[in-house]
Design a protein around this ligand. Structure first.
Ligand code: NAD
Length: 521
């Protein structure tokens, strides 16, 4: 017994080290404590301003529950002014015609972010509760380089394609395809990855020559407000090209969506809200780009090294406290080895270190808010009522004054029950046994979502064949997904429409115009 306890402890420690390694090293510069103030002003028509209503709302540190600052609470009038400014740019400015200038401005923004990377990172850790290693390795520090990649595309994405002449008798048509920006893009973002997601939209839309009104989620307002300050103070971006309106009022997103002056909406958030966005945009037959929820399967094939793979595959569901649309929240394992897999997955969940985001030994911080914590615990509770069995964790909150929950592994969740079918957006993984390969693919495709999927196997070709049968926008084989700036990011079915990042992510913000010139010969 003592030997097996010692073995389990050693395994847990080594798994914890592996997990922390995935987050990246502890950043060299870190204050080690929450930021006490941050940028809270709106960016409207090139000016950093307080709300025209004079109202502010509180920014809360989810690791402690303490209020850390006040932020300008954007009003309908602020949104109006921002939209009008963006419209003016689109209708009158040479911005959309000058690719090299757009590249220059985006590169300036990336450089400014690099100069203020510690401030950005510490704002994010403070308001989201993301562990500082995760903020440095994934959430914040890679973003400037991603923007530079998109900036380079600004010079060529609007190039015209000359087509061969179309000759019909005495008539010849010279033809070309021109690429034009959509106009004013309304960007609506969630709180879980507040910098990268906002910049996917802002950089993509600006590179293509659009103007942007960004409406971030109120749970993480400092990060977007700081981007606004850098844009205003450290770049040549013309006034009105980029507007950032934080607000505690979610209806501003709906207003932006329905506004006839806004040509397109790029939305990231829940599937429920995405549906409302799509419906509201229909009134103006507006182009809509949607990045929505996921219920992503992680399929461990029977030839995989279960002992190595299963604990890791389970624990990855706790990345960013389970608050990422692409995380594996369903673990599919061979039914013939179910009991072994339950134990291994439990070991993985138990190796997740939960606590202070500023501690280099923490893999998982709190959830973003008390409201979200209560939603996650209610979802687990419902899943257990439906027959699920909590192998690790459960529906009790985690320890601490902040909004902590415990890593939770649920076995025996019914195939059509809520924990298998619905996104929880917390560190909750449902285990699903499969009979054979066809059954694994059936279960993997057995939800309405189609964002990401993961396949683990010792045979890369076999895993690749499974990947091509999964209905998802992205698949990771034997590890995570590529979230690099040159790879398109997005989902299918209820997980969304369209792609971000990569050339495809910039082309989302362009319209094609076919020009034909008739000549009589
Ligand atoms: P949410 O849908 O509640 O809110 C997202 C944004 O929409 C916020 O800015 C909010 O103010 C705004 N909003 C609310 N109601 C609106 C309306 N009627 N019209 C227009 N805008 C409105 O989502 P959330 O809780 O902020 O974020 C979590 C969700 O985001 C999860 O479902 C997650 O899967 C999803 N997400 C998806 C991706 C992806 O790329 N697919 C990435 C990250 C998060």
């Amino acid at each position: 017994m003592a030997t097996s306890d010692t073995y389990a402890r050693t395994r847990r420690n080594s798994l914890t080290e592996s997990l922390l390694g995935i987050l990246g090293p502890m950043p060299k510069q870190s204050s080690g404590r929450p930021a006490t103030d941050g940028e809270g002003r709106l960016l409207v028509d090139g000016e950093l301003v307080e709300s025209s209503s004079g109202e502010r709302f509180e920014n809360v540190n989810p690791a402690t529950g303490e209020v850390v600052g006040q932020v300008a609470d954007g009003s309908v009038a602020d949104l109006e002014r921002a939209t009008e400014a963006a419209r003016r740019i689109v209708d009158t400015h040479s911005w959309s015609a000058d690719g090299p200038f757009r590249r220059h401005c985006l590169e300036q923004l990336a450089d400014a972010m690099d100069r203020h990377i510690v401030t950005l990172r510490e704002a994010l850790v403070t308001e989201l509760g993301s562990p500082v290693r995760l903020a440095a390795g994934v959430q914040v520090d890679p973003v400037p380089d991603k923007i530079r990649h998109i900036a380079r595309l600004a010079e060529s994405v609007t190039d015209t394609t000359e087509m061969p002449d179309d000759a019909r008798g005495p008539v010849v048509q010279g033809r070309r395809i021109e690429r034009e920006p959509l106009g004013v893009v309304g960007a609506i973002t969630p709180w879980n990855i507040p910098l990268d997601i906002a910049m996917a939209k802002v950089a993509g839309a600006l590179a293509a020559g659009n103007a942007v009104v960004l409406k971030p989620a109120p749970d993480t307002p400092w990060v977007p407000a700081l981007v606004g300050r850098l844009a205003a103070e450290e770049t040549d971006l013309p006034a009105g090209v980029l507007n950032i309106v934080n607000s505690s009022d979610h209806s501003l997103g709906a207003r932006l969506t329905a506004d006839p002056r806004v040509d397109a909406i790029s939305f990231t958030g829940s599937t429920a809200t995405g549906r409302k966005v799509m419906a509201a945009a229909a009134g103006e037959v507006k182009k809509v780009h949607l990045e929505l929820g996921g219920k992503n399967p992680s399929i461990v094939l029977d030839d995989a090294d279960l002992e190595q793979v299963v604990p890791l595959a389970a624990a990855l569901g706790c990345f960013n406290t389970g608050q990422s649309c692409i995380l594996p929240s369903r673990l599919l394992v061979p039914a013939a080895r179910l009991s072994e897999c339950v134990e291994l997955a439990a070991l993985g969940m138990e190796s997740v270190t939960v606590g202070d985001p500023w501690d280099g030994g923490t893999f998982m911080g709190p959830l973003v808010s008390a409201l979200h914590r209560d939603r996650v615990l209610a979802a687990v509770s419902e899943g257990l009522t439906e027959g699920g069995r909590a192998v690790v964790g459960g529906s009790e909150p985690g320890v601490g004054p902040g909004y902590f929950v415990r890593p939770t592994l649920v076995a025996d969740a019914p195939e059509h029950g809520s924990l298998v079918q619905e996104e929880v957006f917390g560190p909750v993984v449902a285990l699903q046994p499969y009979e054979d390969l066809d059954d694994a693919v059936r279960l993997a495709n057995g939800t309405r979502y189609g964002l990401a999927a993961y396949v683990w196997s010792s045979d890369e070709q076999r895993a690749g064949a499974v990947a091509s049968r999964i209905r998802a926008g992205m698949v990771g084989i034997n590890g995570g997904l590529s979230t690099a700036a040159d790879m398109p990011f997005g989902g299918v079915r209820h997980s969304g429409v369209g792609r971000e990042w990569g050339t495809a992510g910039v082309e989302e913000f362009l319209e094609l115009k076919s020009i034909a010139v008739t000549r009589f010969v």
